[in-house]
Design a protein. Structure first.
Length: 230
């Protein structure tokens, strides 16, 4: 997969009205992206959770880009805003409760002109959806795709190819990409057990029934030589 866009956001821990972005895409974000391509509804918590559990993921930061913090204010209760929001399913997004009353101020962080390569493996491989089915959904998604937030539209196709390699590190090292200058290696992060590297603890899995981030998992982080492996 290729995640590339003028703006993208890998949602991190939100504190008050500050929505930060992670350095790498989270496991839950990639799960949601694939589920959106398949046409799943967010209420299908069990299907989302099962897909998330099956994903083994590696990512490389091919183009770092720049960080942008957007200062946003909006009064969602104004009459001209009623009925003007739409979901990716083509339905009016209804608002209600305290979130639609008064002026709201918030900060949202984005990555500008960044590019990432994502390699996925599913366990078990023969359970549906398979990687082939996911690639087909990315090529012809059931709904419009975005990278992190709805304004973050990809600048090109997200799905690349299905390959047979020894592990995720080999897939990342051999993937076609554009890098800065004559860079011989790229910074990567991958599922523990898919290559050596520095251990990092992440909370990037989602409880899809309650719509909150939960748990901890260990990933490995390090440099991947292009044409090699971690």
């Amino acid at each position: 997969m290729r995640l590339e866009a003028p703006l993208m956001s890998f949602g991190g821990t939100v504190i008050d009205n500050y929505g930060v972005t992670r350095e790498f895409p989270s496991l839950s974000m990639v799960t949601g992206l694939l589920a959106n391509a398949l046409g799943w509804d967010r209420s299908e918590a069990a299907a989302h959770g099962r897909l998330q559990d099956r994903i083994r993921m590696g990512v490389t930061q091919d183009r770092v880009g720049e960080r942008l913090e957007d200062y946003q204010t909006v009064d969602l209760g104004q009459s001209f805003l009623v009925g003007t929001g739409w979901t990716t399913r083509g339905e009016v997004a209804e608002r209600g409760g305290a979130s639609s009353e008064g002026t709201h101020i918030r900060f949202r962080s984005y990555l500008c002109d960044a590019s990432y390569t994502v390699a996925l493996r599913l366990e078990p491989a023969d359970e549906s959806p398979t990687v082939e089915e996911l690639l087909a959904a990315l090529h012809e998604p059931a709904r419009p795709l975005f990278i992190g937030r709805k304004p973050c539209l990809p600048s090109g196709p997200i799905g690349l190819d299905v390959v047979e390699v020894s592990d995720l590190g080999a897939a990342l090292a051999s993937a076609p990409r554009e890098v800065h200058g004559d860079a011989a290696k790229v910074l990567g992060q991958w599922t523990d057990g898919e290559g050596e590297g520095r251990a990092v603890r992440l909370t990037d899995e989602r409880d899809w029934a309650n719509q909150i981030h939960v748990g901890q998992r260990i990933v490995r982080e390090g440099w991947i030589p292009l044409g090699g492996k971690p």
